[in-house]
Design a binder for this molecule. Structure first.
Ligand code: SAM
Length: 396
């Protein structure tokens, strides 16, 4: 059937849900009859989601596909503040499970036509009466469209227990609405050929149900609550809300920016030095030889009312935390204050800081092996010699 449609009908159905999620930003979503988890695969990239759950009777299908829902390398490299949890359950949608009450959105894509009519009634009680999500999206084949297919059997698939015309689906949906307090809107995917849109409708018909008021059952716990579904997968995506992940991300962001600012600083200093040497070659040469490298730059960059600037000493550049904070919005967002930033990164073995923990110390050039020991920074006297200047960098 798919060759009829581009993109495929399967994909159009999922795009319909993805569009809804993009526009309405639900936080807790469950896909009932999730099969190969392909809708969940698409939804997990919507990082406003906090809980994304799939349910299917067929545990084998779930176990086969569940690993595709694991976080990607990019989720670890660029974690956000959102905390997404993805879970899969093996269970029958005609059974009540207390963990599924009060979701923002439940989807049942091409599920209902697989349920015998008695089960469909039980499913409605469970879905609309007990789980009572804010929104339900149900899709099912449109029988009216079948006349365009060369079918040899009454239905599109051998496991379908029924297929409904648009009138049957809409009348069933309206009954559900009046019984459980929802209102429904109808649409679909898979356009009929030009001129037949009105008479035949969409290939897949879709109803979006919106709950009219909070259902008490969905919001409260009850003594009868049971948990019959079997959890087969549970993964929590990396988030900056996790203290360790926050620290690691801060450290790598800080090192990246400190290195970048060190390079910018050295370039600026080298240019300034070159200009001075050109203007006064004899005096500047003598100054540099006697001053020992970075010492020659000091007068240029320290004044009280200026933004703190880097400081060069021997083979190191001190990059003030306040300067990093001012330049990098991501550091500001992650640490909330310079004092916090200092505290969060202070014990990390990759980061060297000055005595007052107000600047990151970066080696300014590649060293020759055996040139300086691992503690050369301390031996250089940098920490002590910079104290006076550091007073300007510390913020409350
Ligand atoms: N929703 C899927 C999608 O869009 O890719 C396709 C659904 S597939 C056509 C129907 C699924 O419903 C099957 O995976 C089947 O195992 C599941 N199913 C059938 N009866 C069920 C029941 N009573 N409870 C839970 N899942 C059921």
């Amino acid at each position: 059937m798919n060759p009829w449609f581009k993109p495929s009908l399967h994909r159009q159905r999922h795009e319909f849900v993805v569009d809804f999620v993009r526009k309405n930003k639900p936080q807790k979503v469950v896909d009932l009859g999730c099969a190969e988890c392909s809708l969940l695969q698409k939804l997990r990239f919507h990082r406003h989601l906090e809980l994304l759950v799939g349910v299917d009777l067929n545990g084998h299908k779930l176990r086969r596909k569940m690993h595709g829902l694991a976080p990607l390398a990019s989720d670890y490299l660029q974690p956000t503040w959102n905390q997404l949890c993805v879970q899969l359950y093996q269970g029958c949608v005609t059974q009540k499970d207390a963990r599924f009450k009060g979701y923002d959105l439940a989807t049942a894509i091409e599920l209902i036509e697989h349920l015998p009519l008695d089960d469909l009634n039980r499913f409605c009680e469970v879905l609309f009466g007990y789980m009572a999500p804010q929104t339900v999206i149900i899709s099912t084949p449109n029988l009216d469209f079948n006349q365009l297919f060369p079918l040899t059997s009454p239905f599109r698939h051998s496991d379908h227990k029924f297929e409904w015309s648009r009138e049957e689906f809409q009348s069933w949906s309206q009954n559900v609405c009046s019984k459980f307090g929802y209102k429904a809107k109808f649409s679909g995917v898979g356009q009929a050929p030009p001129g037949q849109e009105q008479t035949i409708g969409f290939c897949t018909q879709i109803a979006v149900f919106d709950r009219l008021a909070a259902t008490a059952d969905a919001l409260s716990d009850s003594a009868e609550d049971a948990f019959p579904y079997l959890q087969v997968y549970n993964v929590t995506y990396p988030s900056l809300r996790d203290h360790n992940i926050l620290r690691k991300t801060l450290v790598s962001e800080l090192l990246y920016w400190a290195e970048k600012m060190k390079n910018e600083w050295l370039e600026k200093m080298t240019t300034a030095q070159g200009d001075q040497e050109e203007a006064n070659p004899v005096e500047e040469k003598g100054k540099q030889e006697g001053g020992g490298g970075g010492g020659a730059f000091e007068e240029i960059f320290w004044t009280n009312d200026q933004e703190p600037q880097c400081l060069t000493l021997h083979r190191h550049v001190a990059v003030p935390l306040l300067l990093l904070w001012n330049r990098c919005p991501k550091l500001r967002e992650m640490s909330a204050s310079v004092a916090n930033l200092s505290q969060l990164v202070t014990d990390d073995p990759q980061i060297k800081m000055n005595g007052l923990r107000s600047a990151v110390i970066i080696c300014s050039q590649e060293r020759d092996l055996g040139d300086e020991g691992p503690n050369d920074l301390l031996d250089s006297g940098y920490a002590e010699s910079s104290y006076v200047r550091e007073e300007h960098w510390v913020v409350g």
